[in-house]
Ligand binder design. Structure first.
Ligand code: ADP
Ligand code: MG
Length: 232
């Protein structure tokens, strides 16, 4: 049975006279990997940021469906800034193209950060972070700073950091855009498997057809509209 984690209805977002999203509706289910494709400027990042509560659409709703309890889904676009940032911190994970890791911190410190922000003591946070680094093939590199890692290794740290809180959904915006194709394939496989193995959902913006074909569904945006528009 398909259980939605996020549903979006008729999302519209404009910047001045530029229509970035022109009425996008979709559902993302638990245990599902979705690729979002489209040429540069087609609205991919805007869509991802609306789904993740980083920006609020001008019109339309984004609902988060909690797995526990039968409560009505929470409308992210109606939340206060503080509620949205708490939702992002507690339920969502993020991987960006450049990782956005803190260069002055080590791999294990970067990975542990979201747990410490959520209130876990450093020792417990770093233990769990180290387990994730090990699971991603980075055993022995825990105390390296980000600059002492290869691009692929740094992106695996970014994945560990996104997974360490066991988020309901992981949002990835061109996470392999800065990597060569073989490393990119490896990193994507790890990102997909570590998310799906715990029945999380993955939304990944990518230009890479090979990456997209390894997801369950591919949504294509053109000028802020989903092609086919049957996705809802
Ligand atoms: P993509 O990620 O597919 O390249 P974006 O979602 O970043 O596309 O952008 C969609 C459209 O909205 C583009 O025309 C872009 O120039 C415009 N846009 C995005 N963000 C902003 C912003 N903060 N201010 C003004 N225009 C923006
Ligand atoms: Mg983009």
């Amino acid at each position: 049975m398909k259980t939605p984690v996020i549903t979006a209805r008729l999302l519209n977002k404009s910047y001045g006279s530029t229509v970035a999203l022109g009425g996008v509706s979709l559902a993302i289910n638990r245990g599902e990997a979705i690729a979002i494709m489209g040429t540069s400027g087609s609205g991919k990042t805007t869509l991802l940021h609306c789904l993740a509560g980083l920006i609020v659409p001008d019109h339309g709703d984004v609902a988060f469906h909690d797995s526990v309890g039968g409560a009505d889904p929470a409308l992210i676009n109606r939340m206060s800034d503080a509620q949205r940032s708490a939702l992002r911190r507690d339920r969502f994970g993020f991987v960006f193209q450049q990782g956005l890791l803190l260069p002055e911190l080590t791999a294990v410190e970067n990975t542990a950060l979201p747990l410490m922000v959520a209130g876990l003591p450093r020792r417990a946070a770093e233990e769990r972070a180290a387990q994730w680094l090990q699971a991603l093939g980075l055993a022995g590199m825990e105390t390296r700073r980000i600059g002492q890692l290869s691009g692929g290794q740094a992106q695996r740290v970014a994945i560990a950091r996104a997974q360490v809180t066991a988020p309901d959904i992981v949002f990835a915006d061109e996470p392999t855009g800065a990597l060569d194709s073989r490393t990119s394939e490896e990193v994507l496989t790890i990102l997909r498997d570590t998310t799906l193995n715990r029945n999380g959902a993955l939304v990944i913006v990518t230009h890479d057809e090979a990456v997209a074909q390894r997801c369950h569904r591919v949504l294509r945006l053109r000028d802020g509209v989903l092609e086919g528009a049957l996705a809802a």
